[in-house]
Each structure stands twice: as structure tokens, then as C-alpha cells.
Design a protein around this ligand. Sequence first.
Ligand SMILES: [Fe+2]
Length: 355
Amino acid sequence: MRVAQNIYGKEGEVLLRVGSELSEGLIESLRKRGVFAIEVEEENKSYAVEEDEKVDIISRELRSEAEEIVMDTWNAALEGKSFSMSKIKQVVEEVMDELLTKDYAFLKLADIRALDEYTFAHSVNVCVLSLLLGIIKNYSENRLYELGVGALLHDLGKTIIPPEILNKPGPLNNEEMAIVRKHPAYGFSLLCQEPDIAFGLALIAYQHHERCNGGGYPRGLVQGEIHEFAQIVAIVDVYDALTSDRPYRKSLLPYEAVETLVAMSAQELNFSIVKIFLENVDIYPVGSIVELNDHSTGIIVSVDKSLPVRPLIRMLVCENNHYVSTGTDINLMENNTLFIKKVLGINTALADKLL
Ligand SMILES: [Fe+2]
């Protein structure tokens, strides 16, 4: 097996370069460094990924710092110690500063996934995406800050759930489910123990599993009763969970997760916030390599925001394990019999080369 993307350590250093052959020893040393899942090249599916690099929405150093602070907070909570709220506040401020100084035409949701998966990546993703939604909704800096801290710590109550239940690879039985469903209340009470905690911030932990139709937990609140911060975090939490690998299923591609969100926005999630989310989602980013329903392959070269599911595609053929352009473009806006069947990968470097 060969590595499909560069693998980075916590300090942003390259641990393994793309294309490196994996050995038992290398896998073991990656594990020791906290890297538990990586992408490997599929046989005969190499599409010159060596020149592609996913761009993260925040700097790699800041992501590592944020994940480390979430980890320290979790460890402190596990040991029943108080945690450093000042460090958490500082890192959220840094994330806000990075996001507020960037100009987004689109939320590059496809880029949000960390290059490698480790334990606290989800909390940081939820924080970043919630803040982006808050920025689009024109929140004041003070509200953004409360939203960011609450989002970063939304699952803190899981520290009180026994790890054998939390990490169980299969489905949970009713009794285990009832225990897991206590994590919002646990998180709320942990946060309320901290001095000077804003109530809305703590409500994120308490209400992020509530659903607009009253079908959520712990209290079965309905839309008007759920704090807007918690409604934002609920959407982002669902999206990020769907696009992450879980022990029992592979991650969904962004457009599949988007379809799930649309379905859920009918009853469970706040429709107007989901709409903002979708208006800013890059469903098929430029550089996506896609398979069409006639089994042909192409790369997305441009996307019309008004109809993002019908992009302009440059057709490709595979030669010596590398995709090359056939020189033909197909505009799905003008061709109603063709549609995208699946996304094979993303290669922005190849898209740049072809444009
Ligand atoms: Fe949760």
C-alpha cells in the first residue's frame, strides 16, 4: 500500500510523503504519533495526487493547537480537575481572527477535513464551521466568541460516559443509548461549574442533540425553545459526523452529506440555517474527478453557483495510472441526459494544469 496524501504531525511537520510505501514498522510509528487513519492509493486509481494538497480552512499549526487544547480540557474533565478556560478562549479568538481576515466566496467544506484524523479533530471542525455560519449571519464578535467556545466544547459531557460504550464499534443497545444520551446534560453541568460562563455557550452542550420537531434529546424541545447557537452546532455536528469515518461506516462525500442535511431540514434541523449552509457549500469543488452515468470520467473545471450540481466537466482518460485530458468539455447545464454518478477524488493541481 502507498500513502495517497502527505501525512503531517502535530507541529505540521511531514511524517510521510505521498507515494511512500507502507510497512508494518511505519504503520506502528504513525500509530504512536496519534495517526490512526490515513488514505492509501487504490490500485490503478492513482491520479497524480502527488501534486495535490488539500488546503485547510485554518492553518495547520492553529488546528494542532486547538486540538491539543480540547485534549487537555477532556483530560482535565476526566480527572475531575478544572480546565483552563483562558486557553480555550485564546484559541477560539485565534480561530476567529483567521476566519474573519479571510474572504470567502464559498465555504470550502470539502477542505474542512483535517489531513489526518485524530481524536479531537471533530470538535475543532465543529468550532470552525459554526463560526463560519455565525460570520455569514453577521454575529457580533462577542456572540461569535460564545458560539466558538461552546462549539469547541459541545461534547465535553462525553468524558463522563464510559469509554467502552463511547467507542463500541457496533450499534448500541437501549441501555447504552440511554447512557450516551446523558452527555448533553453532563456537558452542561461541567460548563456551568466554570465561573463567568455565558448561558448561551453552556446551552450548546445541553441542546445540540435537540431537534426542531421535538424528536431530539435530552428534553424533546421544539424549534422555538432551542437556542440558535445549539441549532447551528446541531447542523454542523451532523454534517461533520457524516463526512467522518466511523468504526461502523465509511465517510460520505460532501454532496451525499448535503443530501442528508436537506432531508433532515424538513423536520429536524432549522431550515433557514441549513439553507445558508447549502448556499455556501462547495458540493463539487473545482478539481473533483467524477464518474458520469455513461461510465466516462472527467474533472470539474468550473461551477455555476446557481446550479452547482450541473458543472462544466473536462473529460479524462486514464493512461499509465494517470488521468489525461481528452480535450473535450461537457457542460452538464446543456446536457440533460448525463449526470454525476460518483466522485472519485479531488485533484486541484490537475484542474489548474488543465485550465
Ligand atoms: Fe454530542
